[in-house]
Design a protein around this ligand. Structure first.
Ligand code: ATP
Ligand code: MN
Length: 606
């Protein structure tokens, strides 16, 4: 099989085809149909108006295709040669030619208006409705969360030494990728209408990535239009070729007989082709986190730190802070802070010039969402938003945010402009404060501690949080999770790569680092209770206002960091966990056990 980047076959130049100035050859190719997989790879013209200059291709192994995708490494037996596009190449920004991907569907809608996506979503899925708030309610089917065990990365000579291979990044071959890709393309070709979303990832114009999403479900198109950075009409007209293409055929399963498949779901990243193929899951978050995984490869390669964190800025001084944290630790909730400006809730980069959001939208957990406790998020979930897997009142279309009958992971995606205090463009200065959020369900870690640079690295690499016990009766023991860089599932390089980039930035900019426990207090899950949101907010405010720099601290005898013992509006007793436990012996045992888990986990990085 062919692998690697190919030069332009016509010009024989040594640059990727997408950079080749002479596009005539590539246009001519569209007159040809892609042979089915396994068929004779001889090209079969579809009644071309002028004969195809087959002699142009002296070496079939050098054939280049997927031009617009920047894809340059097909084997000859799956060439996406296709008939000419029904659309003239015009200035109409809504028309797009996807034939270079092998997509023959004529009815392709590029960045359609939001009302059309609403209408199409409701027409395509009778369960979909418009919520009372104006958001689109949509359903993702069987998968209501990510499928981390089904993620695959193509092992390729150019990138294989960069990737942190293992449970998180499981390799597949180029051949397997092509089989899954063709499966996805074949499925999409059975649809009567396709959607193409062309948008950006990264608010820094110098480094932004042009992301193209090709999908069949209008709700997926709306979701990514909401979550990516929406181009202006001029930017769309000038868009050119994308840097990353997501081919989402999530309604169609992977084939279990394909080498390397362990389920009917597969999310495949090809770094050389700059493509992501999705099969067997309609959970929209796969696309968002697919982009993040790509950024987690591309950004560090360019010396930029990509981070699983939220970011806010002071309204007056513009001083910024970032909050790292695994799922459910409070990145989105705590960054929706009326006292501050919101830069972003989940994915950011830290470059030499400061921080910037990767996304153009937020994706909040919707379970138990209420206007009383989280008014900013509640109010943002209006027109242009997608509410996933929620239950609503059939009479009023009001959403019941307490209903977890489909999933506990109900979600709302909203454009960042829906947040009244959003800082657009979503860019900020180097952060003054770096906060690590952890949801410690053992009730051991203090609500807020100050970390030295060494402790910061230890906790960044550890990436501790805890999952609460399942819903089974009597099961109260929480489960510790260590996810390096507070974003293990999305890392591409070894955690040390990100840790080094963070260490360099902390040193250069003198940011303060804090460990904040948003989890349990007064005992472990089952005995104590979740930290009051008002306490955590008071702590975050105090950090942002610089009040904790001089606050009194006490060294934690087990973990060794400085525990802040006085914060306005938080009872002192809560700030020192041992004092909230009725059984002091139980606290000591729980703390020692957690420390042991930290050490056991960290041993792999020493
Ligand atoms: P993800 O990476 O999955 O988006 P996240 O870090 O953004 O996760 P949030 O969506 O902010 O997590 O979820 C935190 C959840 O915990 C919210 O539902 C919030 O209401 C709840 N919560 C309860 N107590 C607290 C607290 N003290 N601090 C933060 N969040 C809390
Ligand atoms: Mn979030």
């Amino acid at each position: 099989m062919v692998s690697g980047w190919r030069a332009c076959p016509e010009r024989g130049c040594c640059q990727p085809v997408s950079s080749c100035q002479d596009r005539g050859w590539h246009r001519d190719r569209r007159r040809f149909r892609s042979p089915q997989h396994g068929q004779d790879p001889i090209l079969t013209p579809m009644a071309p108006e002028k004969p195809f200059k087959i002699q142009q291709i002296s070496d079939p192994g050098r054939i280049t295709c997927g031009v617009d995708a920047g894809f340059h490494s097909f084997s000859p037996d799956c060439l996406p040669f296709r008939p000419s596009s029904p659309y003239p190449e015009s200035q109409n920004v809504r028309s797009v030619d996807l034939t270079s991907y092998g997509l023959l569907v004529e009815d392709v809608h590029r960045n359609p208006p939001v009302p059309q996506l609403y209408a199409d979503s409701i027409r395509a899925d009778t369960r979909s409705v418009i919520a009372e708030s104006g958001a689109l309610i949509a359903y993702s089917g069987a998968k209501t969360g990510r499928s981390p065990l089904d993620k695959r990365v193509v092992r390729h000579a150019d990138s294989q030494d960069d990737i942190w291979w293992g449970q998180i990044n499981m390799p597949i071959t180029q051949d397997t990728f092509l089989i899954n890709r063709e499966r996805a393309i074949d499925f999409l070709n059975t649809r009567s209408r396709l959607y193409c979303v062309d948008a950006f990832a990264g608010w820094d114009p110098a480094t932004r990535v042009k992301v193209r999403v090709v999908c069949a479900r209008p709700y997926h198109a709306l979701f990514m239009y909401t979550m990516l950075i929406r181009p202006t009409a001029q930017e769309l007209a000038d868009y050119g070729d994308p840097d990353l293409v997501i081919i989402n055929a999530g309604q169609f399963p992977a084939n279990l007989h394909t080498t390397g498949m362990t389920s009917k779901t597969s999310v495949d990243l090809n770094l050389e082709a700059k493509e992501i193929v999705i099969l067997g899951t309609e959970y929209a978050g796969e696309m968002k986190k697919g982009v993040f995984t790509y950024m987690n490869y591309a950004a560090p390669k360019a010396g930029i730190l990509s981070m699983h964190c939220s970011a806010t800025a002071d309204r007056v001084s513009g001083q910024t802070s970032v909050m790292f944290g695994l799922s459910g630790t409070g990145k989105t909730t705590l960054s929706a802070d009326p006292r501050r400006l919101l830069i972003g809730d989940d994915e950011h980069c830290w470059s030499d010039t400061g921080i910037y959001n990767i996304e153009g939208g937020c994706y909040a957990k919707a379970i138990f969402l209420s206007h009383d406790t989280e008014p900013e998020i509640f109010d943002a979930l209006g027109y242009g938003s997608v509410l996933e897997n929620v239950i609503y009142d059939k009479q009023t279309h009001g959403v019941d945010f307490t209903d977890d009958s489909i999933t506990e992971n109900t979600r709302g995606a909203y454009p960042i402009e829906n947040v009244s205090n959003a800082k657009v463009p979503c860019i900020g200065d180097h952060p003054a404060d770096v906060i690590f959020l952890t949801c410690d369900a053992f009730g051991v870690l203090p609500p807020v501690s100050r970390l030295t640079p060494e402790e910061a690295m230890y906790h960044f690499i550890s990436g501790y949080t805890a999952k609460v016990a399942g819903t089974e009766v009597g099961v109260t023991e929480p489960e510790a999770t260590f996810s390096p860089c507070f974003g293990g599932p999305f890392l591409a390089w070894h955690p040390k790569k990100y840790a080094q980039l963070l260490a360099d930035r902390l040193r250069e900019h003198g940011s303060n680092v804090w460990l904040v426990n948003t989890g349990w207090s007064g005992g472990a899950h089952g005995v104590g209770s979740r930290m009051k949101l008002s306490f955590t907010r008071a702590i975050i405010n105090a950090i942002h206002e610089g009040r904790l720099i001089e606050a009194p601290t006490k060294i934690d005898p087990i973990f060794g960091f400085e525990v802040v013992t006085e914060v306005d509006d938080v009872p002192s007793q809560v700030l020192w966990p041992e004092s909230t436990w009725a059984d002091k012996g139980a606290y000591a045992r729980a703390a020692a056990k957690l420390k042991g888990l930290f050490e056991d986990n960290y041993a792999q990085y020493r």
